[in-house]
Design a protein around this ligand. Structure first.
Ligand code: PMP
Length: 432
């Protein structure tokens, strides 16, 4: 039988050091919000493949849909022979994104495999449509690891350092975060400053934003900020692109986070939880914009793979049938209230900010209650202790000072309580 120790040795021999593998957990099987390692140790999984499993591990309906599709056709390449699951999924996403934006516009969808591909391509498309080079994204953002996606990402170490030259004409504005002293007004003023000093708005193709920053530490953009951005985009003919790779598919209590701002995106990209664990990403854009790109201007060998599309259709059914939008809110409230208790008690001075949108919940660790003094040490230790006790969480944020959770939205109250008990115990063990 493999042991974790053996697997670590083989992994170190076979795979490069640069691959993140801090957990040392070697998964043997998983179901719902639980995962068992190769030695049979059980974990409660509050990270769900980094926001990929909103419907939980191996959801029976999703697995069945994938199996059924596997019996029919697994791959053709959409450019060679087309198939209904691709079209049906596009139809459903077009409708969902239109609704999220207030029902004013029609959308079309094309599929790829990963979030990076989607963010990278949507920016190519925006350049092609506007005939402009400039791209604006935000400090602290994460958009992926391909070259343009790396350039878009707003954190240099470990993503950019030494990996250049990166594509040019990408500018970063500060993301609003009141807790750290950056207001909506301040952030919009900085954007205007970029227009004055670095790139004229008439040269900007797109502004790309995560409505809630994921890797950046679960920081929500205020409604007024997103509306301010939309106004700027309208004024200057700039494309507004929502990166919903981490926020999509019920995580924030709505199908897409942008819905909560009343802002209509020109394009929306999604991936992760779209297909319940199968690799799939999508670029969804306004019909009149998307159709400006002629035949051959986009494509992908595997993009929109039939099995992934069939799984994604089942994911959409599960979100609807199981009421997961509502459940996200309940789960988030549960996590938040337990963490607020800790913040008043053993976590006093360290649990600086407990924040969430729906079930996208995180706690920022600080020193002496000071928002400007990130406490990555406490975050790492609590996360590590929780793992020893059987709970998987993950850090995020500029200094990895935030502990974040992506609790599967199918998790029962009993499992969530058990996970939160472990988290409280870990906090006591580290800070008590
Ligand atoms: N955008 C966002 C908001 C993400 O969170 C991620 C992945 N963490 C990506 C893009 C890149 O996705 P992928 O790893 O599938 O390329």
């Amino acid at each position: 039988y493999p042991t974790n120790e053996l697997m670590v040795a083989r992994r170190n021999e076979a795979c490069p050091n640069g691959l993140p593998s801090k957990s040392g957990i070697y998964a043997a099987k998983a179901q719902g919000a639980e995962l068992w390692d190769v030695e049979g140790k059980r974990y409660i999984d509050f990270i769900a493949g980094i926001g990929v499993l909103n419907v939980g591990h191996n959801h029976p309906k999703v697995m069945q849909a994938a199996r059924d599709q596997m019996e029919k056709v697994v791959h053709t390449c959409f450019g060679v022979a087309q198939y209904e699951p691709y079209i049906e999924l596009a139809e459903r996403l077009n409708k969902l994104v239109s609704e999220a934006g207030g029902g004013k516009s029609n959308y079309k969808t094309m599929f790829m495999n990963t979030g990076s591909e989607a963010t990278e391509h949507v920016c190519k498309f925006a350049r092609r449509i506007t005939g402009r080079p400039g791209l604006i994204s935000f400090e602290g953002s994460f958009h992926g690891r391909t070259l343009l996606a790396t350039a878009l990402t707003g954190k240099s170490r470990p993503y950019k350092e030494g990996f250049g030259p990166l594509p040019g004409d990408v500018y970063h504005a500060p993301y609003p975060h009141e807790y750290k002293g950056m207001s909506t007004q301040g952030s919009l003023a900085c954007l205007n400053h970029i227009f004055e000093t670095s790139i004229h708005p008439s040269d900007v193709a797109a502004i790309l934003i995560e409505p809630v920053q994921g890797e950046g530490g679960f920081v929500p953009a205020p409604r007024e900020f997103l509306q301010g951005l939309r106004d700027i985009c309208d004024q200057h003919g700039i494309m507004f692109i929502a990166d919903e790779v981490q926020t999509g598919f019920a995580r924030t209590g709505t199908m897409f986070a942008i819905e909560q701002s009343g802002v209509e995106p020109d394009f929306l990209v999604c991936a992760k939880s779209i297909a319940g664990g199968f690799p799939l990403s999508a670029v969804i854009g306004k019909t009149d914009l998307f159709d400006q790109i002629g035949p051959g201007g986009m494509g992908s060998t595997y993009g929109g793979n039939p099995v992934a599309c069939a799984a994604a259709l089942a994911v959409l059914d599960v979100i609807e049938e199981d009421g997961l939008l509502q459940r996200a809110e309940e789960i988030g409230a549960k996590v938040e209230s337990r963490w607020n208790e800790l913040a008043q008690g053993v976590g006093k001075g360290v649990f600086g900010d407990v924040r969430r949108v729906g079930a996208m919940a995180a706690v920022e660790m600080v020193t002496d209650g000071d928002p400007m003094k990130p406490n990555s040490d406490a975050a790492a230790k609590i996360q590590g202790r929780a793992r020893e006790l059987g709970l998987i969480t993950l850090t995020a944020g500029k200094k990895a000072q935030v502990i974040r959770t992506h609790v599967p939205l199918v998790a029962s109250d009993a499992i969530i309580d058990e996970g939160l008990d472990i988290f409280a115990q870990a906090t006591k063990d580290v800070l008590g």
